[in-house]
Design a protein around this ligand. Structure first.
Ligand SMILES: *[C@@H]1O[C@H](CO)[C@@H](O)[C@H](O)[C@H]1NC(C)=O
Ligand SMILES: *[C@@H]1O[C@H](CO)[C@@H](O)[C@H](O)[C@H]1NC(C)=O
Ligand SMILES: *[C@@H]1O[C@H](CO)[C@@H](O)[C@H](O)[C@H]1NC(C)=O
Ligand SMILES: *[C@@H]1O[C@H](CO)[C@@H](O)[C@H](O)[C@H]1NC(C)=O
Ligand SMILES: *[C@@H]1O[C@H](CO)[C@@H](O)[C@H](O)[C@H]1NC(C)=O
Ligand SMILES: *[C@@H]1O[C@H](CO)[C@@H](O)[C@H](O)[C@H]1NC(C)=O
Length: 438
């Protein structure tokens, strides 16, 4: 009896120990995974952020989210703070997820998830809020600008976080501006300025300021201004033929470029009105002679102006004799070279098209002159070279003979007298040597 009960007691004891060991093992395993896990979150201002807190193993212990000001937002599935932007997404024993809608920059900070074990375990998630830069604004543009003006374009964007980057483009091509960043509260004001020395080539050019920012990944914000530049006219006369001959048709066209557009243009001849002839037709910027006559010789002038100034170009017309037998293209001009019948500009001839319109005849003349001079120089150089070579050979022959004689005598002789004798004796050898030397 005693033995039996003792045995039973022992068995129970062993069972109890086993249970305790198993229980403690289970408990150790449970505690090892019983801590909250969170992740940092980045959200754009005005967007929605989900804050998730997970526990791997949980024995129904409560989870809680609190904000950077240590206010409890949710305790399990129970809402603790009155803020209808904050909602419950999911509450289970292993997860507590809440969402914050319409996020503001003020929502940024460290959020805490607490697991109410003994002691309490916490995890902190940082909520980063990106400030969206405002649409940029370009200032400092005078419309219209005058050629020669110095202007500074300034582009400003506010409200970015982190500070936005501003870039300038001149007709799509990037140009460098000077950037300045100022903090204003939680966000940044970024300003970039571009200094311009305006000229006529800037007329109609588009300057774009673009904002680059993480919060604008898909659609960068930008502003564009198109420059309008006013400038005085520049005039040029284009002629339909370079060698005007009697009886031919001739058209003079007055090209003027200016802003505002200099219309109409004015034609004069030798400082006075154009002769009133049927052969002379003026139409807009064109002056046409239906059949040239030698009496048309003279200086024709075209003038254009706008409120910024006046510009003119002149053309000296010299009417050649009519072609006799051969077609004009193959007939070389028989007359003396006339006063240069090319465009003469009274404004600065910096425009390359102006120099390009010079009389090709004149250029051809220069060409033959150069060729002739070149030929003469070449012949002179050749003759001089020949002379130098012949002279050189002659001198070398004589000098060589002399050196050989002296060297021979000096080498073999024990004294000066013998040297002279030897030298005379070796004369025949020297003659032979001379042959190789040359
Ligand atoms: C937040 O969670 C909700 C529900 O799961 C989901 O519809 C939404 O897209 C999530 N928002 C973000 C920003 O992850
Ligand atoms: C958690 O609570 C539920 C009822 O609320 C219960 O059925 C379950 O057994 C509990 N789990 C643990 C591990 O205590
Ligand atoms: C979360 O953000 C905080 C503060 O910016 C930082 O110290 C921490 O390392 C971040 N944690 C992770 C997992 O990125
Ligand atoms: C930045 O601050 C400086 C000095 O306070 C000021 O002169 C400047 O105008 C500011 N720039 C911007 C873009 O606000
Ligand atoms: C040129 O004009 C004069 C006088 O106007 C005229 O006599 C002459 O025939 C004209 N010459 C030609 C080639 O038309
Ligand atoms: C015009 O130029 C031609 C040269 O071809 C000359 O013979 C003629 O006398 C000139 N006429 C006048 C009116 O100057």
């Amino acid at each position: 009896m005693n033995l039996k009960s003792n045995l039973i007691f022992t068995l129970y004891t062993i069972y109890g120990i086993l249970l305790k060991v198993m229980a403690s093992k289970g408990k150790v395993r449970g505690i090892s995974g019983q801590y909250p896990l969170v992740q940092n979150v980045t959200v754009t201002e005005g967007g929605m952020a989900n804050l998730t807190c997970r526990v791997e193993y949980n024995d129904n212990t409560s989870l809680q989210w609190s904000n950077p000001a240590q206010q409890t937002l949710f305790f399990g599935d129970k809402k603790a703070l009155r803020d209808n932007r904050i909602e419950l997404v999911r509450a289970t024993s292993s997860e507590l997820t809440i969402s914050i809608n319409d996020v503001t920059l003020g929502d940024e900070g460290l959020y805490t998830c607490s697991l109410f074990t003994m002691p309490v375990r916490t995890a902190k998630a940082y909520l980063t809020v990106l400030g969206v830069p405002e649409k940029p604004e370009i200032n400092g543009l005078t419309k219209p600008a005058m050629e020669g003006d110095h202007i500074t374009l300034t582009c400003i964007t506010q409200g970015s976080k982190p500070a936005a980057d501003l870039r300038w483009f001149r007709n799509e091509k990037e140009v460098k501006g000077a950037k300045e960043v100022n903090a204003s509260g939680k966000t940044f004001t970024v300003r970039s300025s571009l200094q311009l020395h305006v000229d006529r080539n800037d007329d109609g050019v588009a300057y774009t300021c673009r904002v680059d920012h993480v919060a604008l990944a898909q659609a960068p914000q930008q502003a564009t201004e198109v420059l309008e530049v006013h400038y005085a006219p520049r005039v040029e006369i284009i002629k339909s033929t370079t060698v005007p001959q009697e009886g031919q048709y001739l058209k003079l066209e007055c090209f003027s470029r200016g802003n505002p557009s200099p219309d109409p243009v004015m034609w004069t001849k030798d400082g006075g009105d154009l002769p009133d002839l049927d052969r002379i037709i003026v139409q807009g910027r064109e002056l046409a002679f239906t059949s040239l006559n030698k009496t048309d010789n003279g200086t024709y002038r075209c003038e254009a102006s706008n409120h910024l100034g006046t510009s003119s170009a002149e053309y000296v017309l010299y009417v050649y004799d009519a072609p006799t037998t051969l077609p004009p293209s193959t007939t070389p001009p028989l007359h003396p070279i006339p006063p240069d019948p090319t465009v003469q500009l009274s404004t600065h001839a910096s425009d390359p098209t102006v120099t390009g319109s010079r009389d090709p005849n004149a250029l051809g003349q220069h060409g033959t002159d150069h060729a002739l001079i070149g030929g003469v120089v070449a012949v002179v150089v050749f003759v001089t070279l020949c002379l130098i070579i012949v002279l050189g050979r002659y001198l070398a022959r004589h000098k060589g003979t002399y050196l050989t004689n002296e060297a021979k005598g000096a080498d073999d002789a024990p004294d000066a007298d013998t040297a002279i004798i030897n030298a005379e004796g070796n004369h025949a050898h020297a003659e032979e040597k001379k042959e190789y030397f040359i």
